[in-house]
Each structure stands twice: as structure tokens, then as C-alpha cells.
Design a protein. Sequence first.
Length: 175
Amino acid sequence: MAAHKVVADCDVDAANLHLVLDPTLVDSGDVYGDQIAVRDTSLCQQCGECERRCRFGAITTEDINELACKGCGICVLACPHQALRLETVACGQWFVSETPYGLLAHAKLLPAAESSGRLVTIVRQKAEDLALQRGLPLILIDGSPGIGCTTVAALADVDMALIWRVFTIWSASPS
Ligand code: SF4
Ligand code: SF4
């Protein structure tokens, strides 16, 4: 219904506007944010201290489970042989697309990635850049449910918000 706008899909944990707006991709890029532990096997002495210290079961003397690693850095501090370090890894991708309904800024969060609030901020920045470049006066943001960091990042500094509250009524079945 609104003309002269950019649409921003900021529900990056469950992005879905690209399913209904028939987008044609025009630009994209990687987003880096999360950190994970990486081992230099030439320095590792297989002492097992990292495995004993990790509260997330993410590391053994043989392996590091990238999906389980939270990047807390405890193993890096604990390793007596300086065989571990933290590395920043990609947490998702941003996209800009043309659609029959106008420009769309959207994103994809990688499985188990945790920087969803950061990704929302990047989608909003892309939408703002597009609005400024094309002289479009309106940015429509599709936010996420809940009260988490993605919701806060999508709502910050908006002029107006439509908030949909859903009540669920549970009733016991008659005996
Ligand atoms: S603490 Fe360091 S030296 Fe010991 S097993 Fe882990 S990575 Fe290897
Ligand atoms: S960085 Fe933290 S979560 Fe990751 S393997 Fe090391 S201790 Fe475990």
C-alpha cells in the first residue's frame, strides 16, 4: 500500500519477506561477529586442560565443535602451551534486492550464529543508505517477536511502531 519506501526484514532469525516479495538480488556481503576457538596443532601437547575447563563441551584434545563454542576464551587463557586463539568468523550475510514492491534489505543468519542483533543493525543501515541514495521518505521494518536483542535493535529510534500482542488461552479439556 505504501509507495516510495524501502522494506527492511529485520526478523533475521526467521527471515521470510524474501519468500513473498519475489526479490532479485542486487548486492550482498558477509557479516563477521562471533568468535570461536582455533587450535595450532603444532603447539598442542594434548594435555586436556582446555577440555577440562570448557563449560560447553565444545573442545576435546582432538576436536573443536564450532557450533558449540561460545567464544568465551577460557580455553585460550587455560592452555599452558599457547596453542589456542580466538578467531572472528562470519555469522551471516546481508542482501539488497529489487522487488516488484520496492527495494528490500534483508539478511540470513548462519546456523548457531549469535550476532543477530548486530545483523539487524546492518540490515537497517543498508535500508537507510538505500533510502538516502534514492530519496525515499519511508523505511518499513518487519521486526521479530519477543523482547530479545533483535526486537530492541529493530525498534530503536523508529518514529512509529505497530505492535501485535497475541494472547493464548489454555483450557483444560472436559473430563
Ligand atoms: S590445553 Fe592447549 S596443549 Fe592442552 S590439549 Fe588443549 S590445546 Fe592442547
Ligand atoms: S572458547 Fe569457550 S566455549 Fe569455545 S572451546 Fe574455548 S572454553 Fe569452550
